[in-house]
Design a protein. Structure first.
Length: 295
């Protein structure tokens, strides 16, 4: 079997790593290192399945799922993990929307309600904290050079964090920026930084991270997974070539309309390959509305 190095940021590997039930200990370790929670167990609500990553090569389409990982902790809290490789418009707004959506999703769940003896129903008691962890491969905050940011609801005047009756923040969001300096990180975060950014393996890393190295190693993947990675790589290489050709053609035309048409042609090809609207927007600079009209 040939030796290959594939970054954990690959959609399939990322999902396999954090959304496989048998890798729960890796997920628990990651959650602890990112937000400091001592988690006993997790339930993965959107578990990894190779079939959701199938590529229909005859149609040259990507059939990809979202890379989001959704996990429910033993106390009912939710943790979302998202990997964002490319910069996109309104990413912060979208990450907060997703976080809020998950928070509201617990409302009126009887299995989560904290009922007191004298209360027959307490729908708001079903609401649990939600933690969002976003791993980004682009400079999100230009105000500083920190690789780790964590935000909660906070009284800026009196310096008080808003928490529930259990002393936990209701909404908490982390941005783990892999473009910022590694030396701004603490605890086990530098090991995750090395691994997620460059697949660097460190002997001093904790045991669960050593297991993560093995999970995403190419030689340890199932045959179907390796075939899938190879197919996606071929399709993306073809897309890169098409994009380069389109850019060259656009430069040759030198006319505004010609450049616009090249972007439209490129967007159509990307749609045919199943790429997301946000990704097409980031590459072509066409508006979301323009791309939607091309479907």
């Amino acid at each position: 079997m040939r030796k290959r190095e594939i970054l954990p940021s690959n959609d399939l590997l990322f999902k396999k790593l954090f959304a496989s039930p048998k890798n729960r200990h890796i997920l628990i370790g990651f959650i602890h290192d990112m937000i400091g929670l001592n988690v006993v167990d997790v339930i993965i609500e959107n578990p990894y399945n190779i079939r959701t990553f199938k590529v229909t090569e005859d149609q040259q389409e990507f059939l990809e799922t979202e890379v989001d990982v959704l996990a429910r902790l033993d106390d009912g809290s939710l943790v979302t993990i998202e990997l964002q490789v490319r910069r996109e418009a309104h990413f912060i707004e979208r990450s907060l929307h997703y976080l809020s959506e998950k928070y509201v999703s617990n409302y009126a769940r009887r299995d989560l309600e904290k009922l007191k003896d004298d209360i027959k129903e307490d729908k708001y008691g079903s609401l649990r904290p939600v933690y969002g962890i976003n791993i980004v491969y682009f400079d999100l905050f230009k105000e500083d050079n920190k690789a780790y940011h964590r935000f909660t609801m906070y009284d800026v005047k009196n310096k008080i964090e808003l928490k529930n009756e259990d002393g936990l923040p209701l909404l908490s969001v982390v941005y783990f920026d892999l473009t910022k300096p590694r030396d701004t990180l603490e605890g086990e975060m530098p090991y995750w930084y090395d691994y997620l950014k460059s697949n660097k393996k460190v002997k001093e890393a904790p045991e669960y991270l050593q297991d993560a190295y093995k999970v995403t190693s190419y030689e340890n993947l199932e045959m179907e997974e390796r075939e899938m990675l190879d197919a996606v790589e071929r399709a993306r290489s073809k897309l890169d070539a098409q994009m380069l050709y389109a850019e060259e053609e656009g430069r040759k035309r030198g006319e505004e309309q010609g450049v616009k048409q090249t972007k439209i042609d490129t967007a159509k090809k990307m749609l045919k390959m199943g790429m997301k609207v946000e990704e097409i927007h980031a590459v072509t600079d066409l508006s979301v509305e323009e791309i939607e009209k091309l479907k």
